[in-house]
Design a protein around this ligand. Structure first.
Ligand code: HAM
Length: 463
């Protein structure tokens, strides 16, 4: 027989990289979703539930085939009717699909949405990386303004600090707009071509397919070339530079701990302008604190980037897991078939990773109430009527614990004591016939006999 708690080989197990979330752990997740939803609602975001499956096109058209997400990690299936669907690997493209499908352009802009639930990526499971994982996402669709970028970053950081995370650092970068991108990619590609013989196989491929992702490479042999590579913030168009400078000004004003990370390009293809990721660093040493005042912002964006490059190198050595990521995606709507561009910005929090943090303070979900009553029944007559008493309490919103499968008084009282529940209701043969119960104070051991019809009021008054 398998040991208690150990996985059994003779019964089916959950698929690799996926798992059951039970009991207290489930409460932890639910508590997080409730807390994050509450913060989002206060900031005027409205909930949206997106389907688990989308047409494959929603992801294919919004990312090039070279992104890991589309190329390797998507779970796809063909329906009996021949439709090609994908298990959602992320929520941004589906949220934009919903915005366009429901004509939300005609409502006052921006539309602010939040969503949460499971997402699926067929990746190699490792610490903090699952095949089914949970995200909480916010999307602000229909605003080109830098204040929206700042609000999304701020809100994401607030949710993380509200659940106890400390030493949060925001890595931020701008990859510019179309006008910045073309000359930048040309220069980046030319630079990397000169070093092609020293690069890893992935990077050699990326020169052809997705040069921006060259900056994502963690392979040690490519690091010296990455460090000297041209940086996107040095190639921003005037409009992009102004946008990024404003975002940084907001982040300064909001006193957020950020650092410009010129190598941050993100794994998804649809970004423009601002991109960011949030990590929790192990100690209180926050690298590259934000500028204290706006005079320092007169320093050009390029200079700030150079100043932080060393910090970034140090950080990369023991890179912590990204807890959240996001950015602006002004051109995604057109890729989904919209006639016009729709400016938008958003972020997603990796909830499984947040819950792994030592600093995570579990938030008790609203439905979980610590019972202050333990219901004890004695004898067949009482057992028969037990559910009626429990329902009297439930409909009065009084949480109650019980173990109807037990019979002895001492066993049930012992459990009530172990659970540190302050009151017990004792319901025996006599009480069942009289329509009463005995309410016992577990601490003082004093007891009262109470009519079932008056029970809810009685308990509410002993608060
Ligand atoms: P992402 O960076 O791919 O962005 O994912 C966001 C977060 O989800 C990551 O920072 C990480 O915490 C978590 N995550 C991603 N993959 C896994 C995995 N396999 N296992 C566990 N956690 C994971 C997006 O998904 C974009 N949709 C974010 C966004 C929203 N951009 C604009 N709006």
């Amino acid at each position: 027989m398998a040991k208690k708690g150990a996985a059994r080989k003779d019964v089916p197990t959950a698929p690799k990289g996926m798992r059951d979330i039970v009991g207290n752990e489930h409460h932890k997740y639910q508590g997080f979703f409730e807390k994050a939803s509450e913060v989002a609602l206060y900031y005027g975001f409205q909930p949206i539930e997106l389907p688990m499956l989308e047409r494959e096109d929603v992801f294919l058209s919004t990312n090039s085939e070279d992104t890991d997400l589309v190329g390797k990690e998507m779970y796809t299936l063909k329906t009996k009717g021949g439709d090609k669907l994908a298990l959602r690997p992320e929520g941004t493209a589906p949220a934009m699909r919903a915005y366009l499908e429901h004509g939300m352009q005609s409502q006052p802009q921006p539309i602010k949405l939040y969503y949460y639930g499971s997402f699926f990526r067929h990746d190699n499971p490792q610490r903090g990386r699952y095949r089914e994982f949970r995200q909480f996402g916010i999307e602000m669709i229909g605003s080109p303004k830098s204040v929206s970028d700042a609000m999304v970053i701020y809100l994401t950081a607030m949710i993380l600090s509200d659940v106890g995370l400390k030493n949060i650092v925001i890595d931020v970068n701008s990859i510019g707009d179309k006008d910045s991108r073309v000359p930048y990619l040309r220069e980046l590609t030319q630079y990397y071509r000169k070093h092609i013989n020293h690069l890893c196989a992935n990077c050699r491929e990326r020169i052809k397919t997705n040069p921006l992702r060259l900056l994502d490479c963690k392979n040690p042999e490519c690091q010296p070339y990455k460090e000297k590579a041209p940086q996107s913030i040095a190639h921003l168009s005037l409009a992009s530079k102004a946008h990024f400078k404003e975002v940084l000004e907001y982040l300064d004003a909001l006193k957020l701990n950020y650092r410009i990370n010129p190598y941050l390009v993100r794994g998804l293809d649809y970004y423009t302008h601002t991109v960011f990721e949030i990590v929790e660093v192990p100690d209180a040493k926050i690298p590259d604190a934000p500028a204290e005042n706006t005079t320092q912002l007169e320093e050009t964006v390029e200079e700030k980037g150079k100043r932080t490059a060393k910090d970034e190198r140090e950080a990369a050595a023991n890179a912590p897991l990204a807890l959240a990521g996001g950015g602006r995606y002004d051109y995604l709507a057109k890729r989904l078939g919209s006639k016009k561009d729709v400016p938008a910005v958003g972020a997603s929090i990796g909830v499984d990773r947040v819950l792994m943090s030592q600093n995570y303070k579990a938030v008790t979900p609203r439905i979980v109430k610590k019972p202050k009553i333990y219901f004890i029944q004695l004898g067949f007559e009482a057992k028969l009527k037990s559910l009626e008493i429990i329902e009297v309490l439930r409909s009065a919103r009084i949480p109650v614990a019980h173990s109807l499968n037990r019979d002895s008084l001492s066993g049930q009282l012992g459990t009530a004591e172990k659970l540190e529940i302050p009151y017990a209701i004792i319901f025996g043969q006599k009480e069942a016939l009289d329509g009463t119960v005995i309410v016992r104070n577990m601490l003082t051991r004093s007891q009262d006999t109470v009519k079932v019809a008056k029970l809810a009021d009685y308990i509410k008054n002993i608060k």
